[in-house]
Design a protein around this ligand. Structure first.
Ligand code: 3PG
Length: 306
């Protein structure tokens, strides 16, 4: 079997060698395409592979059609909005993700961004503290569970809203569950967004929700920039000078922020949530093992397409 690891944003070298070891022990051939700058390079590299591991790399219909022998693609990470699942199914390719494997890195980034902001960027300015403040978690998946642990360490009050998870499953983490998103935004000075990106959630956080937040208000988005309705974001930023937006990565409207809202935002240049050695090892090795397990045992546990 020939397996390609194609990462436009490369994994840590220690993760790449751990992935290689998994394939070596299985007797699979392992090839690497890192930091590629054009789609053509990827199209060329997939032409004779049986399995593919990617990060946020776009796995489009065009890529899938060029990968004539491909049987399985694994997104080494949680969000799979970069993979055309319908095209996978149409081309008889199994798609999987590796849920939970990089969640801790993302949860830690939530607090790294929050602390950086409330301590004025560590530049000598007066700051504030997390202790005793309220944080709301918009959606309660693997990252949120870890955010709860860390928030408790800071003695914060934690609230969550997730209509797809039974209240009892959230309450067991010792936090308050809210029935409506509006209620959570009304209570919390900090809201951390953890929604998956799909057609129902795209642009689902906008003016209506943000305008409910008490003052001062900080939105932390370590999920996907497309979840935010940027027109609504700009509108609330115009109205509310207390509003802050911390986002892993830059929104489309970042030029407006740079021009008008100095000191009220923090945007990473490249998506940083999973950029730790540990997250890369966890997600990359899980992806490699899932591929081996699929080819050897037919295990489809983490399949995400029909
Ligand atoms: C994820 O969905 O797992 C994270 O957003 C990480 O994405 P990345 O591997 O492209 O950094």
């Amino acid at each position: 079997m020939k397996i390609l690891l194609a990462t436009e944003k490369s994994f840590a070298p220690v993760a790449v060698s751990s992935i290689g070891e998994v394939f070596d022990s299985a007797g699979f051939e392992f090839i690497l395409l890192e930091n590629y700058k054009s789609k053509e390079l990827l199209l060329d590299a997939v032409s004779d592979i049986d399995g593919l591991i990617v990060r946020s790399d776009l796995v489009t219909k065009e890529i899938l059609e060029a990968a004539k022998k491909l049987k399985i693609v694994v997104r080494a990470g949680a969000g799979y909005d970069n993979i055309d699942l319908e095209a996978c199914t149409a081309n008889k390719v199994i798609a999987m993700n590796t849920p939970g494997q990089n969640s801790n890195a993302v949860a830690e980034l939530v607090f790294a961004m929050l602390l950086h902001h409330i301590r004025g960027g560590f530049n000598g300015k007066m700051g504030t503290e997390l202790r005793g403040k309220s944080i709301g978690l918009h959606a309660f998946g693997n990252v949120s569970k870890l955010v709860v642990e860390i928030a408790k360490g800071f003695s914060m009050y934690v609230y969550a809203y997730d209509p797809f998870i039974p209240d009892t499953d959230i309450r067991k983490y010792g936090i308050k569950v809210l029935k409506r998103a509006e209620e959570m935004y009304r209570i919390c000075h900090f809201v951390s967004i953890h929604l998956p990106l799909n057609n129902a959630t795209r642009k689902s956080v906008g003016y209506d929700l943000l305008s409910k937040m008490p003052s001062p208000a900080i939105i932390v988005n370590t999920a996907r920039k497309e979840l935010i309705d940027e027109d609504g974001l700009i509108r609330i930023f115009e109205e509310r000078p207390d509003m802050v937006y911390l986002s892993d990565v830059e929104p489309e409207c970042s030029n407006i922020f740079k021009e008008k809202y100095k000191g009220r935002y923090l945007f990473t240049a490249k998506k940083m949530g999973a950029q730790t050695e540990e997250a890369n090892i966890n997600a990359g090795v899980a992806a490699a093992r899932q591929i081996v397990d699929y080819f050897i045992n037919g295990n489809e546990t983490f399949r995400i397409n029909k």
